[in-house]
Design a protein around this ligand. Structure first.
Ligand code: PGA
Length: 261
């Protein structure tokens, strides 16, 4: 565990991997095994929209938090198929992923959309997790820094950050994220040192955009039980955002064990 941070952040993004029944079953296993957590660990699970309320209920009274994978930026109205930050907050959700690369690339969410969502999440009193990362092509073209800078500027420029609200950023290089639906094959391996370099860059960029708030920067991209320790050993990696490997209890338990003992 990095000594720079008071806690290790272990965030589980279940994406659309689990049915309602599977989500409820996994939540029950988590509730049984992680009813109490060391005070140095913060665990948040992000179920599908469908399973959110059931997960909140199952995890009530435990140390775990529940987040939303996506929200719409308006609080109420004629927006077929959407769910607002307020609606999630009212059922007990505390965190929201914003700007995840799958939202950007599959659902064509723009930097502008992501900014609108951050503002809505903050207004609802929730904690946004600002997701960013470059694609393989952008990296090969030497555009990584520009891409990260553009994404961060959209998220944070001239924003009024509520006092005391944590600022989570998830660096998730698109080329490292697990691929596929059925098999969730690992993406390309992002060396911990490379991730660390990007985290340092992100910390510098955030400092240039917003003062007085220290970001908590998580790494995401095919994190597995045998790789989690390498990432967390880096001084600027405060935690991990895990997709595919967080949807299986045994693998998640191994990740938690290897992360924090
Ligand atoms: P992965 O997903 O761990 O399955 O690569 C991470 C993420 O996209 O949040």
């Amino acid at each position: 565990m990095s000594t720079q941070y008071k806690k290790t952040y272990l965030f589980a993004n279940w994406k659309m991997y689990l049915s309602f029944e599977e989500s409820a079953a996994l939540a029950k296993e988590l509730a049984a095994h992680f009813a109490t957590l060391q005070s140095t660990v913060e665990m948040v699970v992000f179920p599908s929209a469908l399973a959110t309320q059931a997960t909140v209920q199952v995890l009530q009274g435990t140390a775990l938090h529940v987040g939303a994978q996506n929200v719409y930026s308006v609080d109420k109205g004629g927006y077929t198929g959407e769910i607002s930050s307020e609606m999630y907050r009212d059922i007990g959700v505390t965190h929201v992923l914003v700007g995840h690369s799958e939202r950007r690339h599959i659902f064509h969410e723009s930097n502008h959309d992501a900014r609108q969502k951050v503002e809505a999440v903050l207004a609802a009193g929730l904690v946004p997790v600002l997701c960013l990362g470059e694609t393989k092509i952008e990296r090969e073209r030497g555009e990584t820094q520009t891409v990260l800078e553009t994404q961060l500027r959209a998220f944070l420029q001239d924003i009024v950050w509520p006092l005391g609200r944590p600022l989570f950023v998830a660096y998730e290089p698109v080329w490292a994220i697990s691929r596929g639906t059925g098999t969730a094959a690992v993406g390309e391996f992002c060396e911990p040192l490379e991730a660390e370099k990007m985290h340092i860059l992100i910390a510098q960029l955030v400092a240039g955009l917003i003062s007085g708030v220290d970001p908590l920067i998580l790494f995401g991209g095919s994190v597995r039980p045998h790789t989690v320790q390498g990432y967390l050993a880096e001084p600027h990696i405060a935690g991990v955002l895990v997709g595919a490997a967080s949807t299986d209890f045994v693998r998640w338990q191994a990740i938690v064990k290897n992360a924090v003992g």
